[in-house]
Design a protein around this ligand. Sequence first.
Ligand code: FAD
Length: 279
Amino acid sequence: MIPPIASRFVAGDTAAAAFEHARQCNEDGVNLILNLLGEHYRERGPADEDAAAYERLIADIGGTDLDACVSVKPSQLGLDVGEDVFRENYRRVVEAGREHDVFVWCDMEDATTTDATLDAFEGLAREHGGGVGLCVQANLRRTRQDLDRLVDVPGKIRLVKGAYDEDHSIAYTDKADVNEAYREGLELLFSRRDAGIAVGSHDPAMVAYARELHAEYGSEFEVQMLMGVREDAQRDLAREGVEVWQYAPYGGKWLSYFYRRVRERKENLLFALRAVAGV
Ligand code: FAD
């Protein structure tokens, strides 16, 4: 059981609970991106197990009428064990997605993994002609070149600000610089793609900028936000006709994810403390 304190950010400890959450979100017009919690496996066994769990999850999603897809993490599929293990497992998941018509996103982890993740994604995206998406991080200085490389690759691109603490030599560390880089990334995507743009941000300024760019260039886009963060805004945007996807993690390994959410914002910490104190 997920304790009530974490259930704001985690959709349950089983796929069945996550499906129930997805059904409720779908009723409000919000689509679901399901992520089975798990990362940084040092051995092949758990990576293979999670790949198999994703295959089952995808088959189950395919058998429902839910508006839902999945998002995997490279280190969950074995990148810390070896690039070949990651590629093999990533391919298994993507092929299941193709078979059951379920979209497969790939998250982006710290900067030591960027090259391996981009290479694996690009190979599968070109091979399958779509059905896959990749997250890129605006805080990395390299991202402008990466977007240049990805702009003609089939599939979708999710632009986020970046969740990992990176060194100043490779990343913008000042918030204003990250925001500027995010805007530049959005502009590049909207000016050079017709579709397949995901705005992975809770920042009202970035969502508003995406809507301006849509009015200017006509490119199709979607907004993605995390479960438990600005859910009212998610529903409001959906009502206004914006395509909204909520990223909802589930599974037994919820503690470190919950801890990250609580650390990143003061109000989340207050929420957690209030829950513990029962107020
Ligand atoms: P911030 O700059 O953090 O905040 C801007 C404004 O947004 C705030 O002033 C506030 O108005 C609002 N806001 C933000 N957070 C909250 C909150 N908790 N509660 C209330 N209001 C809030 N990062 C990666 O490195 N790799 C990934 O693969 C990845 N995938 C992601 C997938 C999705 C769908 C999302 C939404 C984020 C993902 N991230 C990922 C995290 C991302 O990089 C940022 O760390 C995170 O989204 C915070 O940045 P922000 O753009 O939301 O806005």
